[in-house]
Write a protein of this length. Structure first.
Lengths: 144, 143
C-alpha cells in the first residue's frame, strides 16, 4: 500500500473543472459527460458525426496530462500498487459492470446525481458501497 | 468549430481529472480504505464536481436547446431494476480491484503509462463482452 497525501485544494479544483467540462458538454452538444457512454459509443457510432465528437472529446481528455505537465512541470502522479493481473481482471469487470449499469463515476456519480436522477443516485450508492467493501476485503481480509 | 470546442471541453475534463487525483489508483483506493491508509481527498473531487454541475445544469436547462444541436440527450428513465443495481455492484468490485474508473483512466492514457493501457484495453473488452452477452439473452418485454 502506498500512502498518499491529503490534497483538498487540488482535488476541489480538479472537481470544479470536471463540473465545468460536464456543464459545457451539455451546453454545447446537449450530451452527458459520462466516460462510459462516450467511450462505448465510439464502437457503435450511429453516424460519422456521432463518432467525430466522441473522438474529439477523448482526444482532449488524453491531452489533459500534457497540459498539466506544461503548466506545472510535472506529469500527474499515476501510482499503481496493483499487479498487471489485477488491472486486467479489474478492467474487464469494470467494463462489464458499467455497461450493464449504464454508467460510471462521471455519468451517474456526477452528471446523473447533479440532475437528481433516482437511477443515478441508486447506481452511485451501490458502486461506492461495493468499492468500499472490495477494498476492505482485498486489503484487510485477504491481504491482512 | 464544433469539434474544436468539444476537444477543448475534453482538455478541461482531462486536466480536472489529472489534478484531482482520480487518475491515480493509489489515491483512489486510499479513499476507499478508511480502515487503513485513508485519504479523504476524493470527497472534494466529488463535491466540487457535483455542486458545479448542479448549478451549471440549472443554467443550461434554462435554454431550449444546446448550442450545436436540437435537443438535450438526457436519459429520462426512472426504472430501478436488477440490471442497474447489479451492473453498478459489479462495477464497484472491479473499481476496488483495479483502482481505475473509466473517467479516471481515459485522461491518464496521456501519461503514456503501460498500466493505463492494460486497464483500458480490458475495460473495452469488458464493454464489448457485456454487449455481446446482452444480445444473446432472450428479448425482454419492452417496459
Amino acid at each position: 500500500m502506498i500512502e498518499t497525501a491529503f490534497t483538498p485544494w487540488a482535488s476541489l479544483t480538479g472537481g470544479v473543472l470536471i463540473g465545468v467540462a460536464s456543464t459545457l458538454l451539455m451546453l454545447v452538444l446537449g450530451r452527458i459527460m459520462g466516460a462510459t457512454g462516450v467511450l462505448a459509443g465510439l464502437f457503435q457510432p450511429i453516424s460519422k458525426d456521432d463518432f467525430a465528437w466522441r473522438a474529439a472529446l477523448l482526444l482532449g481528455m488524453v491531452t489533459g496530462p500534457a497540459v498539466v505537465l506544461a503548466v506545472s512541470g510535472e506529469m500527474p502522479a499515476v501510482q499503481v500498487p496493483m499487479s498487471a493481473a489485477a488491472l486486467i481482471v479489474g478492467g474487464l469487470i469494470v467494463g462489464f459492470g458499467v455497461t450493464l449499469g449504464s454508467g460510471c463515476t462521471s455519468g451517474h456519480g456526477v452528471c446523473g446525481m447533479a440532475r437528481l436522477s433516482p437511477r443515478s443516485i441508486v447506481a452511485t450508492l451501490t458502486f461506492m458501497a461495493f468499492t468500499f467493501a472490495t477494498v476492505f476485503v482485498t486489503r484487510h481480509v485477504i491481504g491482512a | 468549430m464544433r469539434l474544436f470546442v468539444t476537444y477543448l471541453i475534453g482538455v478541461i475534463f482531462g486536466v480536472g481529472i489529472s489534478i484531482s487525483g482520480m487518475a491515480n489508483p493509489a489515491k483512489v483506493l486510499n479513499f476507499f480504505d478508511i480502515a487503513g491508509t485513508w485519504d479523504p481527498s476524493l470527497i472534494f473531487v466529488m463535491g466540487g464536481a457535483l455542486v458545479t454541475t448542479f448549478i451549471g445544469y440549472k443554467l443550461v436547462f434554462g435554454r431550449t436547446a444546446p448550442v450545436f444541436g436540437e435537443f438535450f440527450a438526457v436519459p429520462n428513465s426512472r426504472v430501478i431494476d436488477m440490471r442497474l443495481v447489479g451492473g453498478s455492484a459489479i462495477f464497484g468490485i472491479g473499481w476496488g480491484i483495479a483502482g481505475f474508473c473509466p473517467g479516471g483512466a481515459l485522461p491518464a492514457l496521456g501519461t503514456g503509462r503501460w498500466e493505463v493501457f492494460a486497464f483500458t484495453g480490458a475495460l473495452i473488452a469488458g464493454i464489448l463482452l457485456a454487449r455481446w452477452v446482452s444480445t444473446k439473452q432472450p428479448v425482454r418485454a419492452a417496459t
